[in-house]
Design a protein around this ligand. Structure first.
Ligand code: NAD
Ligand code: IPM
Ligand code: MN
Length: 356
């Protein structure tokens, strides 16, 4: 029997609450499938750990994570620790250190999920955003100059390498070809005359190898407008790190909210473990009260199964989530219900059991 070993970094705020439900679902799936087993190893890293030790993870933390089949992450960041310290020391360190250069974020309106847009059919919101996840504005190259003087300057440089840009764009073309979908590049060459002009050039160059893929290019400001006004224009989307970050919160807003938005940080070559997480943060405003919606964390379990090529079960989880959303009687407050975080995990497990 196949065995999958999952490293769990529950992290801060609602992270532990939502991951408990995701683990519950994965455990149930393994039992129902009967063809694989899962084990979980917990790592107590995050802001509390930082306040005790001065580090966000153990010194040899990356070494410890290396052998796992997946990393399951809750959320990182809490008011007592500066965000650039907490995120840089854990989440971004893992994305970078394990060369998880693809961030796959579905923006897909499940049946029954609420949508704030008027005149939009459910099928109109069905895209997958491929966000560059290793460089760009997140390379964190920059400087603070002339500190404490009126001439003070902060520089933050976007780093776009040919290798880094080409590989994410090629990944997106391959995905669009496989899924027989259109591919849209979202950039900003009209203002960012180095990085984004380079991006657009590479998008065109790589496209020569994919004459069968229909392509579109949008400026990010116009794309944001069309995400809201006419989301059916977008199928597979490829974009830079920062634009992808922003666009996928907008995507979450049109596809049921932050409680439903999942993301996979992939190292497609499988040289290092990939990491699966809800795209929301630690939500300090609702943490510790059983109010958090765990569906995003559960969706990221579906992405994990997909990455392991356990596609039938990946799909079954999404179907169970859809049934839950349609039934409407076990939803958390963000979706208009009164259910608690744990009720939602229990209900997804029950629906999965009923589906076999
Ligand atoms: P956030 O996503 O934590 O919260 C934004 C809003 O969405 C809040 O009102 C919150 O209650 C709501 N929300 C988020 N997830 C929800 C869920 N599952 N169910 C119901 N409501 C939910 O964003 P923020 O407030 O900007 O950030 C809080 C902290 O999290 C910061 O430290 C930030 O840096 C960090 N953060 C971490 C990650 C990550 O670890 N991947 C992602 C985003 C933000
Ligand atoms: C996300 C988050 C992170 C990002 C932050 C917390 C560093 O917003 O995963 O979307 O910007 O990538
Ligand atoms: Mn984000």
């Amino acid at each position: 029997m196949k065995q999958y070993h999952v490293a769990v970094i529950a992290g801060d705020g609602i992270g532990p609450e939502v991951l408990t439900e995701g683990r519950k679902v994965l455990r149930a799936v393994a039992q129902l499938a009967g063809t694989f087993s899962v084990s979980f190893t917990e790592f107590p890293w995050g802001c509390e750990y930082y306040l005790k030790t001065g580090c966000m993870m153990e010194e040899d933390g990356m070494e410890k994570l290396k052998g796992f089949d997946a990393i399951y992450l809750g959320a990182v960041g809490y008011p007592d620790v500066p965000d650039h310290v907490s995120l840089g020391g854990l989440l971004l360190k893992i994305r970078r250190g394990f060369d998880e250069y693809i961030n796959l974020r579905p923006v897909h309106l499940l049946e029954g999920a609420p949508c704030p847009l008027k005149d939009v059919a459910r099928e109109d919101i069905d895209m997958i955003v491929v966000r560059e996840n290793s460089e760009g504005e997140y390379a964190n190259v920059g400087a603070r100059l002339y500190q404490g003087t009126p001439e003070e300057i902060a520089l933050q440089t976007g780093v776009f390498s040919r290798r880094g840009t080409e590989r994410v764009i090629r990944y997106a073309y391959d995905l669009a070809r496989r899924e027989k979908k259109t591919l849209t590049s979202i950039s900003k060459g009209n203002a960012l005359g180095y990085s984004m002009v380079f991006w657009d050039e590479i998008f065109r160059e790589v496209g020569e190898d994919y004459p069968d893929v229909e392509t579109h290019s949008y400026l990010v400001d116009a794309a944001s407008m069309f995400f809201v006004k006419d989301p059916k224009r977008f199928e597979v989307v490829v974009t830079s790190n920062l634009f992808g970050d922003i666009l996928t919160d907008l995507g979450a807003a049109i596809a049921g909210g932050m409680g439903l938005a999942a993301g996979a940080n992939l190292n497609p070559e499988r040289r290092f473990p990939s990491m699966f997480e809800p795209i929301h943060g630690s939500a300090p405003d609702i943490a510790g009260q059983g109010l958090a919606n765990p569906l995003a964390a559960i969706w990221s379990i579906s992405q994990m199964l997909d990455f392991w090529e356990e596609r039938v079960w990946a799909k079954k989880i999404l179907c169970a989530m859809e049934r839950l959303l349609v039934e409407k009687n076990t939803l958390t407050p963000d979706l208009g219900g009164t259910a608690r975080t744990t009720d939602v995990g229990d209900a997804v497990v029950r629906l999965l059991e009923e589906s076999v």
